[in-house]
Design a protein around this ligand. Sequence first.
Ligand code: SAH
Ligand code: SF4
Ligand code: F3S
Length: 473
Amino acid sequence: MERNTTTISREDIARQMDYCHAVAQLNAQRPQPPLAFVDTYGCQQNEADSERIRGYLQEMGYGFTQDEEQADVIVINTCAIREHAEQRVLGNLGALVHVKRRHPGQLICLCGCMAQEAHVAQKVKESYRHVDLVFGPQVLWRFPEFIHSLLTARGRVFQTPDLPGSIAEGIPVVRQDKVKAWVSIMYGCNNFCSYCIVPYVRGRERSRQPEDILSEVRQLVEEGYKDITLLGQNVNSYGKDLENPMDFADLLSQVNDIPGDFLIRFMTSHPKDATQKLFETMARCEKVAPVLHLPFQAGNDRILKVMNRRHTREQYLEKIRALKALIPDIVLTSDVIVGFPGETTEEFEDTLKVLEEVRYDALFTFIYSPRVGTPAAKMDDPMPREEKLRNFNRLVALQDQISEEKHAAYIGKTVRCLIDGQGDDAEYPFTARTPGNRLVRVKGGTADDVGQFREIHITGANKWSLYGEMTEK
Ligand code: SAH
Ligand code: SF4
Ligand code: F3S
């Protein structure tokens, strides 16, 4: 198959680095080094993008702050998945008008999925005149050029071209964490689930070359990272667009072969593309964490069909059974939408049946939110909000009960966990993650344990987390 993905050339990235250095020279003339604030909404994909924005900003001579009053540049990396996420961004963006009045030279930039929506860019152009730069995910690699233009020419910059998207290697990265790292393996989505905005704002599915992914993971392991998550909207279709096609299971095996003591996670998997080969690879690869996030969205076949998910409830459950047969202690999580247009309460109850059979460790639950331009937004949606809320609360109550029971089953066990940080609980000062990514609050240990695997004896649990004690060094 011919590869139809545009790859941004090394020369193009080198030109962006030249813009970085030109901006750094301008910044060097300031009395104090300038500061940037990068505020991220949405999924890990956006977190990973923000690490690249920070990488570029560092090359441009910016330090970092979390305080918008201190910032010379503010970058808001947005999410468009539900209306609530958008309202929060617009509220915060509106409030920045006062901050900017106190700091006239401040640059305010809006990027990410929401910025890519035509009606949002238009609204910002007309009604948020304090915003200097709006750019979409497809042109993130040109961020230095945009900042250079703002600093050297007059006028605002709007760059949200409707492109299928590209692959850009060699953008600098400033990571937020020293223990856990995100590695994007692909971008975009081709699935067009009828409720979802992602394919419209993130472009078509495109895979990074395996050697680029492997060398990034190798470097992270050398730097001491212990928990690496391979990212994509649908990692199970990785590689289909490569010149030498390979599948996600093969990539996972190759990442597993990298020497070192680290865990491999991945998300998100689409049920229609989750194969027996993937499950066997997970079972065989000792570094691949025993956890799968496999969203099913709804338990009713009619709803799944109008959602354009391209699988039935039974096909989904068959896959879960096959996986449990191979990895009996697999930790399972999922996303669920309640109140899809036309879903009746009876149809919603099929969703509860899936929970009862699968018994997820955790669930991410959402009330359907119409997104401009998606097919579902034009569908009849007669159910009153109160009824959707009632159904939503039933779903949460059932999952809370299951999570609590699943967590209680850990009590008395000793589990090898990754100590990943310090929490705010005085009695249990450290936080850790089980291989299945359940949160553990930990007693004992010292700051030196952060970033290390330790045996934790689990002594307590509730529906949100586990409690434990460090048993050895
Ligand atoms: N690529 C992933 C999901 C990314 S979005 C996948 O296919 O599973 C994360 C979750 O947000 C989705 O799984 C879905 O449950 C939810 N979601 C997406 N669009 C939504 C909408 N319009 N309203 C409510 N929830 C939505
Ligand atoms: Fe959205 Fe579906 Fe793509 Fe996930 S697979 S990002 S839900 S369109
Ligand atoms: Fe949101 Fe974009 Fe991720 S819409 S969920 S930030 S891909």
